[in-house]
Design a protein around this ligand. Structure first.
Ligand SMILES: [Mg+2]
Length: 257
């Protein structure tokens, strides 16, 4: 029996600024079920408040900031579990800076313990030069999420965190440790935040190569929805399969799982 739920958002609840049919009913059912749940995203730019407001703008009400976990939050939780106090050099936006401050880390350009990298629209050569110098000097190289591109409104895509990580990686010869999906650590941190057991938890997502593999590796039950990236044809191309497949989240009835 499913006792808690962790769900991806992009391709599951919305696509860009468009709500996916059945998503609102799904969230209202989730709220009335009283099951503990979290919405999880690799996007490190948005804060839980941004996400709550985004869903409200799409007509979904009843969620609080506590209902979200981003790769920026997961990165901060992970680094804090490794080192209680640390100095960081950050390439990333307000969302990431905020989360690292929240766990008591301070920003430093003098021998930082970590170089933490997320998508940043203000990324420039000077930042890359500093990041490379710090990593060469012994700072640990951390990425929030591996996504190479992000879809943009109106179609097409733009470079994301993975491309910045690749540039720094090329210059240092070092591989970053990346906390976000498909790393199962992201799912494990989400279950820990909820205080639930992975084996009682359903992971819902639209991608076989991130949500489903991460859920399986974290020991969770998995449900693939066909409203985003992966389709039925793609399921066969992977060496693992989800426990459930739904056309969209509106079809999920927790009492039957
Ligand atoms: Mg998705």
């Amino acid at each position: 029996m499913v006792k808690s739920v962790i769900s991806d958002m992009d391709g599951v609840i919305y696509r860009g600024k468009q709500l996916i049919p059945g998503a609102n009913e799904f969230i209202q059912r989730l709220l009335s079920s009283k099951l503990p749940f979290l919405f999880l995203t690799n996007n490190a730019e948005q804060t839980p408040l941004d996400l709550k407001l985004k869903l409200e703008a799409l007509g979904i009400h009843g969620l609080t900031e506590e209902n979200f976990i981003t790769s920026a939050m997961a990165t901060a939780m992970f680094l804090h579990s490794q080192k209680e106090r640390a100095t960081v050099f950050i390439i990333g936006g307000g969302g990431l800076i905020n989360e690292l401050y929240n766990v008591g880390f301070s920003i430093s350009e003098s021998k930082p313990d970590y170089v933490v990298v997320a998508k940043s629209s203000s990324f420039n050569f000077d930042q890359m030069k500093k990041a490379v110098r710090f990593i060469d000097g012994g700072a640990k190289f951390i990425g929030t999420n591996p996504d190479m591109i992000d879809p943009v409104e109106g179609g097409g895509s733009e470079p994301a965190a993975g491309t910045i990580l690749a540039a720094i990686s090329a210059a240092t010869g070092k591989t970053p440790y990346i906390v976000g999906k498909p790393n199962a650590l992201m799912m494990t941190l989400a279950t820990r935040k909820l205080g639930v057991h992975p084996e009682d938890t359903l992971m819902i997502g639209d991608r076989m190569d991130t949500d489903i593999v991460g859920g399986i590796e974290a020991g969770m039950k998995t449900a693939l929805v066909l409203s985003g990236v992966s389709d039925t044809e793609m399921i066969r191309q992977f060496p693992y399969k989800p426990d459930y497949v739904f056309n969209h989240v509106g079809e999920i009835d927790f009492t039957l799982l």
